[in-house]
Design a protein around this ligand. Structure first.
Ligand code: GLU
Length: 450
């Protein structure tokens, strides 16, 4: 097969949410897996609602996820191509002017429904004579333009859903160009897919109904058998089963990032949920690319559970190596001889990466120790071994301590933890102790801030 070319085509009328990221990642990983190209296409033909800020925001959301396009295009800069395509369709007799107002169309639909007929556009406009059209235009009416559909059954082998078909006789001729000359999404998308040589259109199943029309457009504009292959993935829905919308702000990629969710967890969650692959932490996007397979996507809705994403994010952190996070630690001011052991000690306790700052404070900063059992702490101070310390020091020390005080288990360890860290819970004391060091440990066991 030729190297694939895929595209992700958001409208920059809002920021993207995890459901959009799912489409973006599926395209990106598909391209990665087969060494193809991934194009970011901004569907910004709606110039009134599209903004540069949203476009820039979407680019940074994608970059945060590790999705970097090979090329980026904007439909707003390609109107010439769409005009030429519309001209070609007119010349072929496939694009015809229609003059009905929304109210007229609505009245007709109601009449059809009352007679038990499907509400399909009756093609009245096709029967207008030149004189009638001229009269309407003289009245000041501007036409919108409809595609004359071939009344055939269009079939395609969907890369996710398998054999699919839509009977175009059951569809209204779709409007491609509005009265004011602006384009609806349908035509520019196909023109770009042809021009950019897109081989695979991977998108949400909310676009299944557009596919037959778009295949007819491909064939009219580029010839028989020219259509890209199509794959329609299931959509991510909220726990209540509703679709995710751009307005559900908390699910936006920006909000997840703000909350401290790991980008790799968002990616793994977005791609693996609703497939036959298990949702699990990964080390890199390559790992997801290697196993990505459109055939693993299930036909049923995928449910988004924020608690599951949070847990995946924590588990993603827990398995990161020091190398994976060295730069992020340095950016948080965590560097030097202790940094690696520090990371290995605390990673398993993190819910979000930002929490490293608090634990680093426990190691290098001053904390107020909490005194729960003065007798244990006094004995602990007396038995503190001499440095150098390592991870075995804690076991040696507490063995000595147990011989001095009549405590074991939590009654022994909890006062030590409260004094040494000031916290109820946290990473293994055995790992923290050598990082805290003898000077601070001694002071904290004496109840002094250190
Ligand atoms: N702009 C369209 C959307 O966001 C693109 C659909 C497509 O991929 O063809 O839904």
């Amino acid at each position: 097969m030729p190297l694939p070319v895929v595209r992700f085509a958001p409208s920059p009328t809002g920021r993207i949410h995890i459901g959009n990221a799912r489409t973006a990642l599926m395209n990106f990983l598909f391209a990665q897996k087969f060494h193809g190209r991934f194009i970011l296409r901004f569907d910004d033909t709606d110039v009134a609602r599209s903004t540069e800020e949203y476009a820039a925001g979407i680019e940074s959301d994608l970059a945060w996820l590790g999705v970097v396009p090979d090329a980026s295009v904007r439909q707003s800069q390609r109107f010439g191509l769409y005009d030429a395509a519309a001209e070609k369709l007119r010349a072929l007799g496939r694009l015809y002017p229609a003059y009905e107002t929304e109210e007229e169309l609505e009245r007709r639909r109601r009449r059809q429904q009352a007679r038990g007929l499907p509400p399909i556009y009756d093609r009245d406009a096709l029967r207008l004579t030149a004189a009638e059209r001229a009269r309407l235009e003289a009245e000041g009416r501007r036409p919108h333009w409809r595609l004359k559909l071939d009344p055939v059954v269009v079939r395609w082998n969907d890369l996710v859903r398998g054999e699919s078909h839509i009977d175009c006789a059951s569809l209204s001729d779709p409007v491609l160009v509005r009265e004011d000359g602006t384009y609806l999404y349908t035509l520019p998308s196909v023109v770009d897919d042809i021009d950019l040589k897109v081989t695979h259109v991977i998108r949400g199943e909310d676009h299944v109904t557009n596919t037959a029309v778009q295949i007819q457009l491909f064939e009219a504009l580029a010839g028989h058998g020219s259509a890209s292959l199509f794959g329609h993935h299931n959509l991510l829905a909220s726990a209540s089963g509703e679709g995710l919308s751009k307005r559900s702000g908390t699910l936006s990629i920006a909000a997840l990032r703000e909350e401290g969710i790991e980008p790799l967890a968002v990616a793994a969650y977005a791609v693996l949920t609703g497939t036959s692959d298990s949702v699990r932490p990964v080390r890199a996007l390559d790992e997801l690319a290697a196993e990505f397979d459109l055939q693993h996507i299930s036909r049923t809705q995928a449910r988004f559970d924020p608690a599951e994403l949070r847990s995946l994010s924590a588990r993603t952190l827990h398995q990161m190596s020091f190398e994976d996070v060295r730069e992020r630690l340095a950016a948080a001011g965590i560097a030097g001889a202790k940094a690696e052991n520090f990371w290995l000690a605390v990673r398993g306790n993190l819910a979000t990466f930002g929490e490293v700052a608090e634990w680093w404070q426990v190691i290098v900063g001053e904390i107020a120790p909490r005194v729960e059992d003065a007798e244990v702490l006094a004995a602990a101070r007396d038995t503190l071994p001499k440095e150098p310390w390592d991870e075995a020091t804690f076991a040696r020390w507490t063995a000595l301590l147990r011989a001095r005080v009549d405590r074991k288990g939590k009654a022994l360890f909890h006062p030590l933890r409260l004094a040494l860290t000031g916290c109820e819970q946290g990473p293994e004391l055995a790992a923290l102790l050598p990082l805290i060091g003898r000077t601070k440990a001694e002071a904290r066991l004496s109840g002094h801030a250190a």
